[in-house]
Design a protein around this ligand. Structure first.
Ligand code: UDP
Length: 347
């Protein structure tokens, strides 16, 4: 627990998801009581297997679209970490309506319930809000460059932008104590490739000895950040009164192209896989637009809470691989080759 801090009761919406489950463990470690609200649509109870019997954890299976459920879950909570969302480019492209409903209506339900109960909120947003801005470093006040709103790809950035605007308006007009973090390609154990996220996809393919599917020409770049670096910063930002009404980037330090990432995965896991370039139209849908480059400026979070991305990509690749193997998420067709076997042996 933080020195001199009374135990608090935190609601984590989306607490059974990838980032949410790491946050739940961290909050329990700090001495908080934690309530998880999750509809288990993309998250999984398995993600909380390590803490499921914890005496300070309550799990509620329900949706943020249900105002009654949200109100009940927030009972007695003094702060809310709002992570529940429809995420993943693949899911958003395939089910834009679900994304819009959950990400806009669900978030407003959480924000209004927090005002009623005078709870503070950390709204977890995304670097997607910057869209196609390829600035050398994206600052929190950088312009948003979004494509045609009729392309479903942009509905996620649109919805999350509305969420942030809602949060700020509730803060300014109704006194909601809210801060915002924008996550940049957070990676780590428990992330699933099912909804399109690149790292677990590539690691799973490398372990199976399948070709690593790199979309487009592979020269698009990202800065991957490790979940164990991001989660403590989220908590510190939430409890810092200076963050009220503000947004903070939380991203990785190293810019890497997806093609280089694929080769790094193959090298790290000693895999015999090759790399296969897949056109965007085939990977997603005709007319799909990708972000060419996405590089965060982390100065603001660093100045506030000392955020610094420390974990190397290589160690994250190893941990993601270990997680996939231990959870046997590779499926019955999994045929790890020699490289994966020696990797497994080293665990
Ligand atoms: N990508 C890829 N192969 C995959 C999944 C994704 O090449 O199997 C690409 C995707 O087109 C994007 C980048 O990897 O350029 C990151 O994708 P992700 O969905 O993880 O995050 P995004 O940054 O797009 O939100």
């Amino acid at each position: 627990m933080y020195p001199g801090r009374a135990a608090t009761r935190s609601l984590v919406t989306g607490g059974a998801g990838f980032v949410g489950s790491h946050l739940v463990e961290h909050l329990l470690g700090l001495g908080d009581e934690v309530v998880v609200l999750d509809d288990l649509s993309t998250g999984s109870a398995c993600n909380l297997a390590g803490v499921v019997d914890h005496p300070r954890l309550t799990m509620i299976h329900g949706s943020i679209l249900n105002t009654l459920t949200v109100g009940q879950a927030m009972q007695g909570c003094d702060r809310v970490f709002h992570l529940a969302a429809a995420v993943g480019v693949k899911l958003i492209v395939e089910q834009p309506l679900r994304g819009l409903r959950v990400n806009i209506h669900g978030t407003e339900n959480v924000l209004t319930a927090a005002i009623e109960r005078q709870a503070s909120v950390l709204l977890v947003s995304t670097s997607e809000v910057y869209g196609k801005n390829t600035a050398d470093r994206l600052r929190e006040d950088s312009d948003r460059v979004l494509g045609d709103p009729l392309l479903s790809r942009w509905t996620y950035a649109g919805a999350k932008g509305i969420d942030e605007a809602f949060a700020k308006a509730y803060c300014d007009q109704e006194g909601l104590d809210v801060s915002i973090v924008r996550l940049f390609n957070t990676v780590g154990p428990r992330q699933t490739g099912r909804y399109g996220m690149v790292l677990p996809n590539l690691v799973g393919q490398a372990l199976r000895g399948q070709p690593l599917t790199v979309f487009g020409d592979g020269l698009q770049t990202r800065c991957f950040s490790a979940v164990e670096d991001v989660v403590p910063a989220m908590v510190l930002i939430e409890r810092d009164p200076r963050s009220r009404g503000q947004a903070y980037n939380l991203g990785g330090a190293r810019e890497i192209s997806i093609l280089d990432l694929a080769h790094e995965v193959i090298r790290t896991l000693d895999s015999r896989s090759t790399v296969e370039l897949v056109p965007y139209a085939q990977a997603y849908a005709p007319g799909f637009e990708d972000m060419r480059r996405r590089v965060p400026d982390n100065t603001k979070a660093n100045a506030l809470v000392g955020y610094e991305p420390r974990t190397s990509l290589t160690s994250t690749i190893m941990r993601v691989a270990a997680d996939l193997l231990s959870r046997e998420r590779l499926g019955s067709d999994a045929m790890p080759l020699a490289g994966a076997e020696s990797f497994r042996g080293a665990l």
